[in-house]
Design a protein around this ligand. Structure first.
Ligand code: GMT
Length: 374
C-alpha cells in the first residue's frame, strides 16, 4: 500500500512509534511518505521505499500573527495524497493531525478514496485534547476518522470516558519494539563509558516535560546513592531540564548525574542500564520502559495509566505511587540486589518479546486492509 504518515518530528514517544512503524512497514514492502514540518528524529539515513515531505511553514503575512500550521499540513497531505496516490493517511497524535487529515480527505474526495487512520498516543487525550480550545474539534476529528487505534487499553477507556466517541470502535494496538536494535548485552564494555563495574547505572529517557517528573528521578537517585555506588544517566531534553539540573546540584549528586541530551543511540545506552526509572504522573503506555526492558533493564515506574500493561509489577519491575520517592528508592534497592536483579532482567527481556515489531505491526496492516476493503 501507499501510506502517508504524519507525526511530530520532535523527541517523544508518538513520533518514535510513528517512525518505527513507517520503517517496519517499508521493510514489509509498503511505500511510506512521512509528512511533517521536519524530518522525524528517528528517521536517519536512507531506507528503501521511505520518503519525507516537508510542510512549508515559512509563509508569513502581517495579518497572520499565529501561523496556521494545521492548514499548511492539510494542504501538504492533500498534495502528497494526490501525487503519490496514497491509500491511507495514518496520523499519530490527534491534535491537530487528525483534523488536518480530515480536511485533506475531504479535499481529495472527488479524485481519490483516501482513508484516515488516527492513532491516539497519550497526552492528545489525557491533557492537550481536553483543553477547552481543542476539545470539540479533537472529538469531531477522532469520530470522523475511518479507523482509530489507541496504544493501550487504558487510553481507549480514557478516550471513551473523556470524549464519548460512541460511534468509534477503537482498536488497541500496543506499542512495539524493534528487537534487532533493542537487545540486552552482557559485554562489560557497554557500561564502561558510564561507570566502573562495581557501580550501578540508573537511567531515564524522556522529553523532560512536566508530566515526566524528571526531578523525582534525581531525588530517588540521591537516596539510592546514600546506600550504594551508583550513577544516573538522563537522556533527552525539554522544559524540566534546568529544574532537574538544579535538583541534582541542591542534593549534592550532580557529579554523579550525566545529562546526555537528545542522544541518538538510545539502545546502545540502554544496554548499559541496570535500572530504568519512569516516575511520570501520567503515561498511556511508556514506550521508553518497553525499550529499556528489551535491553535488559528492570523498571521502577509510577502506578499510573497504562504502564501496568507493559511493566509487570513484581516481575519485570516495580510500580509505586506517583511522587513517592522513598518507595521508588526502596524498590530500586530491592531490584538491584543481585539475585532479584537477574530474575527481573530475564523477565523484562521476555516480556518485551510480547511487543516485538513482528507481532504488532501486522495489526496495523489488518486495520489498513479493513478500511480499504482489501
Ligand atoms: O511523552 C512522550 O514521550 C510523548 C508522548 C506523546 O504524547 O507524544 O508519548 C505518549 O505516547 C507514547 C507512544 O505511544 C507513549 O509510550 C507514552 O506513554 C505517551 N505519553 C504519555 O501518555 C504522557
Amino acid at each position: 500500500m501507499r501510506i502517508g504518515i504524519t507525526c511530530y518530528p520532535t523527541y517523544g514517544g508518538s513520533g518514535a512509534v510513528a517512525t518505527e512503524l513507517g520503517l517496519a512497514l517499508a521493510r514489509r514492502g509498503h511505500e511510506i511518505h512521512f509528512i511533517s514540518y521536519a524530518s522525524p528524529f528517528r528517521l536517519r539515513g536512507f531506507s528503501e521505499r521511505v520518503y519525507f515531505h516537508e510542510v512549508d511553514v515559512s509563509g508569513t503575512y502581517p495579518l497572520l500573527e499565529y501561523f496556521p500550521y494545521s492548514l499548511a499540513l492539510a494542504v501538504t497531505q492533500e498534495e502528497v495524497a494526490l501525487r503519490e496516490e496514497l491509500d491511507i493517511l495514518h496520523v499519530h497524535y490527534a491534535v491537530p493531525h487528525a483534523t488536518a487529515a480530515f480536511l485533506a480527505r475531504e479535499m481529495v474526495r472527488e479524485h481519490r478514496d483516501l482513508q484516515v487512520v488516527t492513532t491516539l498516543h497519550g497526552t492528545d487525550i489525557t491533557l492537550v485534547g481536553r483543553e477547552r480550545s481543542f476539545f470539540t474539534v479533537t472529538k469531531f476529528s477522532i469520530e470522523r476518522s475511518d479507523a482509530v487505534t489507541a496504544v493501550s487499553e487504558y487510553l481507549r477507556e480514557e478516550t471513551y470516558s473523556a470524549f464519548g466517541c460512541q460511534t468509534c470502535d477503537i482498536d488497541v494496538i500496543p506499542n512495539f519494539v524493534n528487537l534487532d536494535e533493542y537487545f540486552p548485552s552482557d559485554d562489560p564494555q557497554c557500561r564502561a563509558a558510564f561507570a566502573p563495574a562495581d557501580t550501578k547505572v540508573l537511567m531515564h529517557v524522556s522529553n523532560f516535560r512536566e508530566v515526566k517528573r524528571v526531578p523525582d528521578v534525581v531525588r530517588m537517585f540521591a537516596k539510592v546513592r546514600e546506600r550504594i555506588p551508583a550513577v544516573l544517566v538522563l537522556i533527552g531534553d525539554g522544559p524540566e531540564r534546568q529544574a532537574t539540573e538544579a535538583e541534582a546540584e541542591q542534593l549534592g549528586v550532580s557529579e554523579h548525574v550525566q545529562f546526555l541530551g537528545k542522544a541518538d543511540a538510545v539502545a546502545q545506552c540502554l544496554r548499559a542500564a541496570d535500572l530504568f526509572v519512569l516516575p511520570s504522573s501520567s503515561e498511556s503506555f511508556g514506550l521508553s520502559a518497553l525499550e529499556a526492558m528489551a535491553c535488559g533493564a528492570p523498571v521502577v515506574a509510577s502506578r499510573v495509566g497504562g504502564i501496568h500493561e507493559v511493566v509487570v509489577d513484581g516481575e519485570t519491575g516495580t510500580l509505586v505511587p506517583v511522587g513517592d520517592v522513598d518507595a521508588m528508592a526502596e524498590a530500586a534497592m530491592e531490584l538491584l540486589a543481585p539475585a532479584r536483579w537477574a530474575e527481573a532482567r530475564a523477565a523484562a527481556v521476555a516480556r518485551s518479546h510480547d511487543f516485538a515489531a513482528e507481532r504488532i505491526v501486522p495489526q496495523y496492516e489488518e486495520v489498513y486492509d479493513r478500511v480499504t476493503g482489501r
